[in-house]
Structure formats: structure tokens, C-alpha cells
Design a protein around this ligand. Sequence first.
Ligand code: GUN
Ligand code: ZN
Length: 433
Amino acid sequence: MNEHLILGQTLRFSGDPFDAPFETVTHISTSGAVLVRDGRIAEMGEAQTLRQKYPQIPVTDYGSDLITAGFVDAHMHYPQTAMIASWGKRLIDWLNTYTFPEEKRFADPDYAADIAGRTLDLALAHGTTTLTSFCTIHPQSVDALFHAADMRGMAVVAGKTCMDRNAPDGLRDDAKSAYDDSKTLIDRWHGTGRATYAITPRFSPTSTPDQLRALGDLWAEHPDCLMQTHLSEQVDEIDWVRGLYPDARDYLDTYEAFGLLGQKGLYGHAIHLEARELDRLSELGAGVVHCPTSNTFIGSGLFDMAGLKARQIPVGLATDTGGGSSFSMLRTMAAAYEIAQLRHVPLHPAQLMWLATEGSAQTLHKAGEIGSLNVGAMADITVLNLQSTPAIAQRSTRTTDLWEALFPTIMMGDDRAIRDVWIAGNRHQPRSA
Ligand code: GUN
Ligand code: ZN
């Protein structure tokens, strides 16, 4: 039996702070304890109580640092790690100028392995314990990411990005090879260790109707897989979709018509939605993923968090690396706060932390398994130093409760705020250490 007692301030949720007053669903202990046993959270409690109850178990004491569930990034593109923060374009231009040339390089499995490892190490350094990634059209890009995740013990969701039109030479498959390659990868990886496969049509402009139909058929054959794609990110993109799919009622319908709308679907961005799209997402309980640093960086628009949550649409939070401009879920929470402010909705730090952990886990259909400090969840844990820079430290001397102490770290923090990360109950040792 592998056991460890982790001490510090603890924060866990027993419900969604968008649905209930945050005080009723958040549980904070200033001298808390997490008992980890065989990779899972076995018990939560007060440090003194659990120390007395389990005097023999090894202890790591983080003092006043905050112990939280590891962050869950619900939408990113690991192949874009090396081109994050590329200047000056809007979505379609940005894809053609920066993204597609970089994604071509993933035909080389050594390059894919290098960037996969680099991405996961950057994620861990920023306190992210699970990420959900698009790969490239190359099956070996999927192998590289799942293999790198397995080496680190991380739960990762990923899939081969499928594109059979409006993409350059070397980055197109076809309807049949997209189906066949995705199926082979599902058989190889889905449910192996901590891997989850997501069937991944990039977005409807880069797939023919035939390809969308083939992937819809594949999803029907593998309903336990997730399906991830993009939806209504920019207005010009929506106009393009309208021209490519003249019979569709709206953007979401280009997926729905081919069997690609369902509860286990993950729709990235979802900014400019029409009433019917909102109704369908809500009826099905399909998840949307908010990518706030990307939405400001590429100039996409202001996500309607309050409107979507009011309709009970599950919402996850994501970096959208490399359209997003940061690997940090702290910075991502800050951007979500800023976008909500522009819509005159001040998100509470409890809501931001919930989105970055349990909210994302819920969209991945992994609530209770990851993104949680509740008993039974996997012990994927992030420890935050709430005084990681002089600027944050001087602010936090004035605080009266955890939320006030945490908010400056959410708004101003980065990888320097990550004291430690635990994966499946083991303290992560950075590769450079
Ligand atoms: N839409 C289709 N592909 C992409 C991508 O790689 N990044 C973003 N932000 N939007 C997309
Ligand atoms: Zn994306």
C-alpha cells in the first residue's frame, strides 16, 4: 500500500458555485490534510486529526500553501506549443500562416515526441495535471502524446485531427483514412492506462460532409469516446461555414447533421451562438469549452459565461495553446474574469477555481475522477504558493479570507506560484531536476 499525508490549506468543492452560493459548496481548511492511498484521495480532514489517526504514514507539510485539485485544461493543441504567441493575425490567416506549417512537422515522429514531452512538462510546471489536446493529421502525433502522458502517469484526452479540405498539401487525409486511422488509434489507446480518445474533426470548414459523416459513424460505434471540435469562434469563420454548408440551419447543425452532436461532444470557443444552437446544447448537455486568452489574443469575441451556465450547459476552461497566449490555467482564469467583467458579470474566485478543475472535468465526463479533492478521486493535486512574487506577496498581507488571499494569485500568478504537483499520488519530479 502506497500512502502519503499531504498537509496545508485545502480547498475542495461539493457542488457547482454557479448553481449554489459559493459558501455552501466550498470546503476550506486552513490546516487541512489529504490522505492519499494507492493513487487516490482516501480521506480529507484536519491535519491534527489525520496525523494522530495515521502516525506511521509519511508526511509532506506545505504550511500555508493551498492544496487544490490539479488544473484540467479542456482544449489545447500540443502541436502549437512551439509557435505560441505568433503575432498579428485573425483565425483563418493565423491558421494558414503559422499553424499549418508547424503542424506539417509532426510527420516526423521524433519531432512529435520532442514537442509532446515539452508540452506535458510545461503543463505540469504550470499546475495542469490533465490536458485535452488536438494532435495533427499524423497518427504518430497521437502516439507521441499518449506515450509521453503514460511516461508521466498523466490522464490525457487526445485525438488525431482530421482534415480533408481547406488545408495545405501534407495536412490532408480523406474520409476513409480519417475513419480508419482514428479507429486504429481508439483500439490502441482508448482506456489504456489513463488515456481517453477524442474523435477529432478540426472544424467543419476543413472537413467535407463525407468526412464528418464517417467520423459521426465512428462515434456511433464508439460512444464511450469523446468528440472534440471547434464551434462559432469568429464571425468570418461562421460566414465561411454558411457558404460551405448551405443546407445547415447554423454552425452546430453542420455537426448535428452528421452524428457529431452529443453529450460527450466538446465544442471549443462557442462564442457567437444562435438561439437554436443554445437550445440544442442545453437539451443534450453537450459541453462547451471557454478559451479566454485565445479569444482576446485572436480577437474572437466575448464568451457568454453567465448565459451558458444559466441554461445548464456544461462549461470547461482551457488555454487553447497556441491560439491561447499562456500555458497557465491561472492566467486563463484571469482572462475569464476579465472577459466576464466586460459583460458586467464578476466571476467569484470560487467559480474560477471550479471551472479550472471540476468544470473542465465535467465536460470531459470525468467528474469525481479528476479535478477534485473529494474522496475517491485520483490524487492529481496542485499546491499553490499564494505569495509567489513580491507583488503578490505584498497584496496578500492585507487579506482576510482564502478568497481574498487567492485572487491576486489568480490574477497575477504564473508558474512561479506552482509549489508542487502530484500525479496519481506521487510527487512529480520535474525532468530537469
Ligand atoms: N479553429 C480550427 N482550428 C483551430 C485552431 O487550431 N485554433 C483555434 N483557436 N481555432 C481553430
Ligand atoms: Zn482549438
